[in-house]
Design a protein around this ligand. Structure first.
Ligand SMILES: [Zn+2]
Length: 282
């Protein structure tokens, strides 16, 4: 199997997984990969990504002009082009509308709390790019602001975008974001999140090199692929407390008002709180 045949087949596999996991509905989503220095292989428009065949792919140049293929590339390819332009290290881009991550993007809540070690090591924080009308030039502009520092981005009121050193790597980052969104939602429904300390976050970030993760992400330094002329790198850092210790609780339990508002506790809840406080003091 030639490299191109292999990439065409892998795009179909990624599309199947996006569809089976409910990350896309109808004909949503798009996937692309670098064929060589000047050409991309991209998914076609108006096709369910769960039922693609290798012959459906479109070959374009780096400005999105079609070079071969019977179908038309997605109009959202513009967003992918911006990523390839700014990140020479990126080989593949995946865009989908996973419901939980997209829920955070609709609520305007970035996935930037330091709660999961794997996410800190692989993706860092996941910022939200400003809302832009899909398929317009505004969307690549919104993505450009963050993609030099992040491999995973939420798109306000739209979905999510990930990139990586190969197709499956970019796809797995989409899985990680959706899994992170799911766990974050459950923790917030339960009323609290135990956030890792800044020291632990620094330690996890230090492990990135030993895992062979060269891409940027949580650290707001200029990534290797970015040029000096590209301007400052926009980055939303991982939120972690600066106090020492393994972890601490963030947020009040749901339902308990902040400030000077009156709160009501049962006798049992009150004695538990006092016992916890005494235990921490001793
Ligand atoms: Zn979309």
């Amino acid at each position: 199997m030639s490299r191109e045949e292999d990439l065409r087949a892998t795009i179909c596999e990624v599309g199947r997984r996006l569809y089976q996991r409910g990350y896309v509905a109808s004909n949503d989503g798009n996937i692309s990969v670098r064929l060589d220095d000047g050409r991309l292989l991209a998914t076609p428009t108006a096709v369910s990504k769960g039922f693609m065949t290798p012959d459906m792919m479109v070959v374009t140049d780096l400005s999105g002009t079609k070079l071969s293929g019977e179908r038309t590339a997605s109009s959202e390819l513009k967003m992918h082009l911006a990523v390839y332009q700014l990140r020479p290290d990126v080989q593949a881009v995946v865009h989908a509308h996973p419901p939980l991550s997209t829920g955070f993007a609709v609520a305007g809540i970035p996935l930037d709390r330091a709660v999961l070690a794997e996410v800190i090591t692989t993706l860092g924080s996941v910022p939200i790019a400003d809302y832009a009308t899909p398929s317009t030039a505004e969307l690549p502009d919104a993505v450009s602001k963050y993609v030099r520092a992040h491999d995973g981005i939420l798109l306000a009121n739209h979905g999510a975008l990930t990139c990586g050193a190969d197709l499956m790597g970019a796809y797995y980052k989409m899985e990680t974001i959706e899994h992170f969104a799911h766990i974050s939602l459950v923790a917030r429904l339960l009323g609290r999140e135990r956030v890792l300390s800044r020291e632990e976050v620094d330690r996890l970030q230090g492990l990135r090199t030993s895992y062979g993760i060269a891409s940027p992400a949580p650290i707001c330094a200029t990534p290797s692929g970015a040029t000096a002329s590209a301007g400052p790198v926009a980055c939303q850092v991982v939120q972690a407390p600066s106090s020492p210790g393994g972890a601490r609780l963030l947020d009040l339990p749901a339902g308990i008002p902040d400030g000077n508002a009156e709160i009501r506790l049962t006798y049992r809840a009150l004695t538990t709180l006092i016992a916890d406080a005494v235990r921490q003091l001793t």
